[in-house]
Design a protein around this ligand. Structure first.
Ligand code: NAD
Ligand code: TYD
Length: 351
C-alpha cells in the first residue's frame, strides 16, 4: 500500500492542533500536512512540539483559494483529508453570518471538489468531516442527540455546519466519495481561544475581571476534554465505516453556572486565595440571541462499534486545563493582545 499523506485542515486551531500532534507523533509512517490560513483562531505556537518533525508540513492556505488548494494536493500527493478548518464561535456567527457561510460552507465544498478532482478514482481515499452536535438543535430537559436525530440548526454557526455536513453526504451519495462525519459535543482543554466560556473565565479570574454569564446560566452543554476528541478522531479515521456518522460526547452534562463555580473554586485553591473570592466576579449579562438550551450526546454507537470512550473525569480535565493556562501566560498574553481587546469590548460592553 502506498504511504498515506493526510491533509488536516484547521490544524493550527484548538482541536486541530491536538489532532495534528497526535497523528504526527503516533504515525511516523504517515505524512501530515496541516493546511490553515491562520485566522485570529489559528496559532502556530500550538504546534511547537511537532513543527520540526520530518513527517510534518505546514501550508498557509485559505479554503477559499481553490488554486492554492489544488497546488497543495499535487505537492503533497494527498491521499486522505481530515477537515476541521472552520469559523467556530457562535457569538461571532451572530454578528457576521456571512463569514461562516464562506469558510464553513463554500470552503468545505471547495475542499470536496479538489479532493474529487485530484483523487479521480475515489476508492481508497477518505474524506473525514469533523462537525458539531449543534446541528441537531436544542433539547428540552430530556433526551439525547443520536445519529438519527433530525437536523434542526438554530444559530448561523450551526446552520453553516449543518449545510457542510449535507454537502459531504451529497458527495458520498452522488459521486461515490468515501466519507465519514463525526458530530462532537463542546470541547475544552489547552490551547482553546479565550472567546469560549471556559478559557474566557480562566483568563478573567486571573485578571480579576467580571465573569459574564448569559441569561441565568442554566443552559446545559455536554463537555469533552480535547485530547479525548482527538483520540476519537483517530479511532473514526482508522476504523469508522465509510458513509457513517458517529456522535462523540463526554457523557458529561453541566449547567454553565455550575462550570463557572467549579472554575472559581479550583482557581481560588490554585492561586492561594480564600474560597469564594472568584465567585464574587460572577455577573449575569444579557442572554445570547436564540441561545440553545441544552445539548446532550448519546455516544453509544462509537463506544459499542469502535470501542472509544472518554478517559478523563471533568474535574480532573478542568484542573489540567487551568494548570495549562497558568503555566502558559505568554500564550494567553499573545492571543489576548491586539484584536482580542476590540472583540471583547464590542461584545461585552453594554451587555
Ligand atoms: P478554532 O476556531 O479553534 O480553529 C479553527 C481553525 O481553522 C483555525 O486555525 C483557523 O485559522 C482555521 N481556519 C478558519 N477559516 C479558515 C479558512 N478559510 N481556510 C483555512 N483555515 C481556516 O476551531 P476548533 O474549536 O478547533 O474547531 C475545529 C472544528 O471542530 C470545527 O470544524 C468545529 O466546527 C468543530 N467542533 C468544535 C467543537 C468545539 O467545542 N470547539 C465541538 C465540536 C466540533
Ligand atoms: P461557548 O463556549 O461559546 O460554546 P457554544 O456556544 O458552542 O456551546 O459557550 C458555552 C456556553 O456558555 C453557552 O451556553 C453560552 C455560554 N456563555 C456564557 O454564558 N458567557 C460567555 O461569555 C460565553 C462565551 C458563553
Amino acid at each position: 500500500m502506498s504511504k498515506k499523506s493526510i491533509l488536516i485542515t484547521g490544524g493550527a486551531g484548538f482541536i486541530g492542533s491536538h489532532v495534528v500532534k497526535l497523528f504526527v507523533q503516533k504515525y511516523p509512517e504517515y505524512h501530515i500536512v496541516n493546511l490553515d490560513c491562520l485566522t485570529y483562531a489559528g496559532n502556530l505556537e500550538n504546534l511547537r512540539e511537532v513543527e520540526d518533525s520530518k513527517n510534518y508540513s505546514f501550508e498557509k492556505v485559505d479554503l477559499l483559494d481553490t488554486v492554492a488548494l489544488a497546488t497543495v494536493f499535487e505537492k503533497h500527493t494527498v491521499t486522505d483529508v481530515i477537515h476541521l478548518a472552520a469559523e467556530s464561535h457562535v457569538d461571532r456567527s451572530i454578528s457576521d453570518p456571512l463569514a461562516f457561510v464562506q469558510t464553513n460552507v463554500i470552503g468545505t465544498v471547495n475542499l470536496l471538489n479538489i479532493s474529487k478532482q485530484y483523487w479521480k478514482d475515489l476508492e481508497g481515499h477518505l474524506f473525514y468531516h469533523v462537525s458539531t452536535d449543534e446541528v441537531y438543535g436544542s433539547l428540552g430537559e430530556d433526551g439525547f442527540f443520536t445519529e438519527q436525530t433530525p437536523y434542526d440548526p438554530q444559530s448561523p454557526y450551526s446552520a453553516s455546519k449543518a449545510s457542510s455536513d449535507h454537502f459531504v453526504r451529497a458527495y458520498a451519495n452522488t459521486y461515490g466519495m468515501q466519507t465519514v462525519i463525526s458530530n462532537c459535543s463542546n470541547n475544552y482543554g489547552p490551547n482553546q481561544f479565550p472567546e469560549k466560556l471556559i478559557p474566557l473565565c480562566i483568563h478573567n479570574i486571573k485578571n480579576n475581571k467580571p465573569l459574564p454569564i448569559y441569561g441565568k446560566g442554566e443552559n446545559i452543554r455536554d463537555w469533552l476534554f480535547v485530547v479525548d476528541h482527538a483520540k476519537a478522531i483517530d479511532t473514526v479515521f482508522h476504523t469508522g465505516k465509510s458513509g457513517e456518522t458517529y456522535n462523540i460526547g463526554g457523557f458529561n452534562e453541566w449547567k454553565n453556572i455550575d462550570i463557572v463555580r467549579l472554575l472559581c473554586d479550583q482557581m481560588d485553591e490554585k492561586l492561594g486565595q480564600e474560597k469564594g473570592t472568584s465567585q464574587r466576579l460572577i455577573t449575569f449579562v444579557k442572554d445570547r440571541a436564540g441561545h440553545d438550551m441544552r445539548y446532550a450526546i448519546d455516544a453509544s454507537k462509537i463506544q459499542k462499534e469502535l470501542g472509544w470512550e472518554p478517559s478523563l473525569q471533568f474535574e480532573e480535565g478542568i484542573s489540567k486545563t487551568i494548570d495549562w493556562y497558568l503555566s502558559n501566560e505568554d500564550w494567553l498574553g499573545n492571543v489576548t493582545s491586539g484584536n482580542y481587546q476590540k472583540y471583547y469590548s464590542d461584545h461585552y460592553q453594554d451587555r
